[in-house]
Design a protein around this ligand. Structure first.
Ligand code: UDP
Length: 457
């Protein structure tokens, strides 16, 4: 049952980019807003298709859904035609979004939009509603994309890096020296141009909200604060950590949690690829054979390949189609995370204190891997060679995995000590009076101020 509007309301209209890695953090932010102030009401606007995916997930009554038609044909989503998918999002969602706003019983006092959906700023400006831009990648990636002109001036482009991948870029404000191949990249120039429009429009938004922790990327965040004329709030990891905080020992009857319960502490390698891109089948086979040979315990989430992998991997672990990743990462049996380094997965691993083996594919994942390995020093790369499509052989993976999961090796001990410290830094930031808590409360204060102006207008 949907909540009826409170008499004194603070109404947020939220429009996420239609992909799992964007919808989850925006929903988590909305849940944080309403859990901090029960006079906040959120209308969460998604395509009809996405509503069918998320409507059964638990949410507070103060959050209700509205839909726009499926502007992105499903075959584009499932067919992985990424450029066409983006073209449809950028050109076909604005009008139905505005229509939904027009039909709301309570006009929103603020619009929360995914930074890539630049057209939401135009809608907000037209309707005189303040807009808060929500960035679901790292602050460092934001700084790189904001300074794309510097890359161009230096003859470096964000479209495919097949050559000179080892060349270092060290002129992006707030970002430490990075190999060219690990900068964020786009499949085509057209895609890059469309996605970068969000950065041209950011100056017309009223806020930038960063889904990160200040202490993890303080230089990049300070840079953004100094370069942008709007308030920049670093509102924390926007993962559902509230569930961990409230129920650290939550009982579930999932068989994989029961299996984890029966494994030695820190002994299991958790493996997960992204919801959109994954490594080649050949590469996945090499990793599976390596697991079989190394006798390491593992829990592998492999959406489309679970049954094939079950046959290759041996019987030291489980292969699943899907799991509750945050709950798995927070289990004491998990000792490592072989990850594609999506930003959500990267934050979840850090918040749970699990060290990484990184296997990034594209977009911001190679840069997240760079931060994990070079800046935070809490992980190792599975693939060191960034030039071209190099297959990492089974023998290399066996050597790496065995050393990484050997809790007595100096290498493993050093990495684990650093991730423990980083985990504490994150929990301090989220806790009362921490950097994320302060910024989140400031945002809520601003929403309430806007609403009162709106109510009295
Ligand atoms: N996830 C999950 N179960 C799985 C695999 C993924 O709950 O079996 C969640 C994961 O916790 C994360 C999100 O899906 O919150 C994936 O986002 P991320 O940014 O890491 O990667 P993307 O899929 O966007 O590339």
């Amino acid at each position: 049952m949907e909540a009826s509007p409170p008499t004194s309301f603070n109404h947020v209209a939220a429009i996420p980019y239609p992909a799992r890695g964007h919808i989850n953090p925006m929903m988590n932010l909305c849940k944080l807003l309403v859990s901090n102030n029960n006079n906040i009401l959120v209308t969460f606007i998604v395509t009809e298709e996405w509503l069918s995916f998320i409507s059964s997930e638990p949410k507070p009554d103060n959050i209700s859904f509205r839909t726009i038609p499926n502007v992105v044909p499903s075959e584009l989503i499932r067919g992985r035609d990424h450029p066409a998918f983006i073209e449809a999002i950028m050109t076909k969602m604005e009008e139905p979004f505005e229509e939904v706003l027009n039909l709301l019983d309570l006009p929103p006092s603020i619009i929360l939009y995914d930074t890539f959906l630049y057209w939401a700023v135009a809608v907000g400006n037209r309707k005189n509603i303040p807009v808060a831009s929500f960035w679901t990648m790292s602050a460092s990636v934001f700084s790189i994309l904001l300074h794309q002109h510097l890359l161009e001036q230096n003859g470096h482009y964000l479209v495919k890096f097949s050559e000179n991948g080892d060349e270092r870029v060290n002129y992006i404000p707030g970002v430490s020296s990075t190999r060219l191949a690990e900068l964020p990249s786009f499949q085509t120039k057209r895609m890059m141009q469309m996605l970068l429009k969000g950065f041209q429009w950011i100056h017309k938004a009223q806020y930038l909200l960063i889904s990160s922790i200040y202490e993890l990327e303080s230089q990049a965040i300070d840079t953004l604060k100094s370069k942008l004329s709007i308030p920049v709030y670093t509102i924390g990891p926007t993962i559902p950590y509230i569930s961990l905080k409230n129920n650290p020992k939550l009982k579930t009857n999932n068989s994989y949690i029961e299996w984890l319960d029966s494994q030695p502490i820190g002994s299991v390698l958790y493996i997960s690829q992204g919801s959109f891109f994954s490594a080649s089948s050949k590469q996945i086979d090499e990793i599976a054979r390596a697991l079989c040979e190394s006798n390491i315990r593992f829990l592998w989430v492999a959406r489309n390949e679970a049954s094939r992998l079950k046959q290759i991997c041996g019987n030291m672990g489980l292969v699943l189609e899907w799991c509750d990743q945050l709950r798995v990462l927070s289990h004491s049996s998990i000792g490592g995370f072989l990850s594609h380094c999506g930003w959500n997965s990267s934050k979840e691993g850090v918040v749970c204190g699990v060290p990484f083996l990184t296997f990034p594919i594209t977009v911001d994942q190679p840069f997240n891997s760079k931060m994990i390995v070079e800046d935070w020093k809490v992980g190792l790369r599975v693939k060191e060679n960034v030039n071209g499509d190099v297959l990492v052989k089974k023998s290399e993976v066996v050597k790496l995995v065995c050393e990484f999961m050997d809790l007595d090796s100096d290498l493993a001990k050093g990495i684990r000590e650093r991730i423990r410290k980083l985990k504490k830094i994150c929990w301090d930031a989220i806790g009362d009076g921490g950097s994320a808590d302060i910024d989140l409360k400031a945002l809520i204060g601003d929403i309430i101020t806007y609403s009162s102006k709106f109510t009295h207008a």
